[in-house]
Write a protein that binds this ligand. Sequence first.
Ligand code: FES
Length: 780
Amino acid sequence: MTSLTAKPSACPIDHGALAGLKTPTGCPVSRKAAEFDPFEDAYQQDPPEYVRWSREQEPVFYSPKLRYWVVTRYDDIKAIFRDNLTFSPSIALEKITPTGEEANQVLASYNYAMNRTLVNEDEPAHMARRRVLMAPFTPEALKEHEPMVREAARAYVDRFIDDGRADLVDQMLWEVPLTIALHFLGVPEEDMDTLRQYSIAHTVNTWGRPKPEEQVAVAHAVGNFWQLAGKILEKMRRDPSGPGWMKYGIRKQAEHPDVVTDSYLHSMMMAGIVAAHETTANATANALKLLLQHPSAWREICDDPSLIPNAVEECLRHNGSVAAWRRLATKDVKVGGIDIPAGAKLLIVMSSANHDERHFEDPDLFDIRRDNSSDHLTFGYGAHQCMGKNLARMELQIFLEELTKRLPHMRLCEQKFTYVPNTSFRGPEHLWVEWDPAQNPERRDPRLLDTVHPVRIGEPSRHAISRTMIVESATRLPGDVLRLRLKSPDGRPVPRWTPGAHIDIECGDSGLSRQYSLCGDPDDARTLEIAVLRDPDSRGGSRWLHENLKAGDKVKVRGPRNHFRFDEGAQKVILIAGGIGITPIGAMARRARQLGIDYELHYSGRSRACMAYLDELRQLHGERLQVHASDEGGRCDFAALLGRPQAGVQIYACGPVRMLEALEQCCAGWPEDALRVEHFHSTRGTLDPSKEQPFEVELKDSGITLQVPADQTLLAALRGANIDVQSDCGEGLCGSCEVRVLSGQVDHRDVVLTRAERDANSKMMACCSRAACGKLVLEL
Ligand code: FES
């Protein structure tokens, strides 16, 4: 038996006394589990809320009404996605409500023969097909569709922008993704209306519970859909040149006839239309509903479109369009400590996983700056993760950008939201909005339409997210230093940070942005603190901050991010600060003290009178602090301090360039990374193809093996394979592209990881580091 979680094998749930009902393994069924019915309006309205009791008390339960085992927690669901041999996807498209004989006969009369598709086939066939058919979904290939997506979105907004009222689903969000899906697949547009009806029928047929009297009508629609898909495919076969995924598939069939079969293409044609259309249409409607229900978030993305990519991820997390998915247990297995027998069917409720407080802090809060929103499971995970995820992300971003730009004054009308009852696909059937057309911004300034914000294809970088903060206090410190304490406007905790981290602060509308190390106490959840030296050679940044900021002002901040990380496993550290360099070094000293690490702190300045934070440091560090004031003849003698390399000692330094250069000379005889200084640029990871070796990477969770050629980074190879990995600096500075290493030796070229972390060989930066030899296995 396979075990997903190390829990006792006895059924851990107190099921209470519910007469009679038993699971297939003989356990009694709890009352809540017995009542579970995903076709009820309460599930349709809010799936994560509907199964909150399960997440909290009974994360894996048997539903007698559905005859499925239902799984609701993040880790359990991710583990199920990770293991597609134990948990077969073969039932993902099976009808959840078996149809009657009459409906089956109707389907047969259309020669309906829906076969396996990428969504529901097992290995080894699945990965072979996925590999052959993946290229058009990669970010590189998707870029060419951006103008088409934007044009389609604009054309639909043009139709209703002067009306003052619209049902966004009927008038835009249903048809535009269908148009885009058809373009992407290479299908002609002339059958759009018919396809729309057929596509709904397909959803009801597969994931819904049509009443017996509806089943026959649904079967006719599905049969027609099947036949139309076949006809369109035949048309394409006559000329398979040109753009479109289906045509690409037809061309690939010539090269791999055993992998891409006729029946496969026919099934993919139908499934592809639904997958590319309906999920995105629903996701966009859900996202707009959510944003308009949170006017401050809507206002923020109207004011700052750079927030849109992350807002999209948060919408997909909070209220995604794929609420649940299905798997079949191929052997006896434990999920969340519960015995699941071979042959059992599982409903895995990703919308619940996305609200699991074990993974997402304050999960019910809608927070467009949440830094792990893109961990959501709405696209699934691993080998079967949605291939079209980046097309969907692109559409969502463009729709939001067009609507926030052209209708920022839009608001929701009073209405009751309704959903097509089914377990899996979820979005409101109508979304009524209203606005005052006289206030349309483009009436005042038609040039507005010329502005286009860059689309971020792929996972957004958490470091690109800016936030507005309030200056709580602005205090003058010795040495012409301005201490700024910043707090959240709504009193919420500030982002967490670690010693060595910095924030980027925007200097009003000056276009300048500057980086400042965080100082103060990382445990202070209420404020972030920076100290800004007025630099006489300033290009304007420090001067602007000194002259303009006062308590109560608003500033825009990005980060925190940490390029200068403190190794908490160090035995001893020597901390050296020159002038304002005390800001990150002071935070490190505080942490060393807290952790009981042996440390000494050297602080140099022109005179004690101009050294910021001196009293606080003296109080906190006592004898460990050594002050070197030049006017007292007390310059720090680096040669004496560092003349002899000391095993296990690390040196952290921040200060003027001359000081750092002198330190580097003195540390020449020390082990390579004993001296750590803050980096704002790095060339260590710069690729020189003439000197690189190609290597192989196995992605354990995705079931893919990639070759990384000498002229490509690992990050580029992962992107090319449509694998989500965040990135920011691309130089090995910021740590955002970190991936977990399961085996293989890494040639680390970043400046982020500490020596202990490198030695552990359990993570690497994908943007710059490579395999030291041969092959790496990654947890991706
Ligand atoms: Fe910054 Fe890789 S993207 S370290």
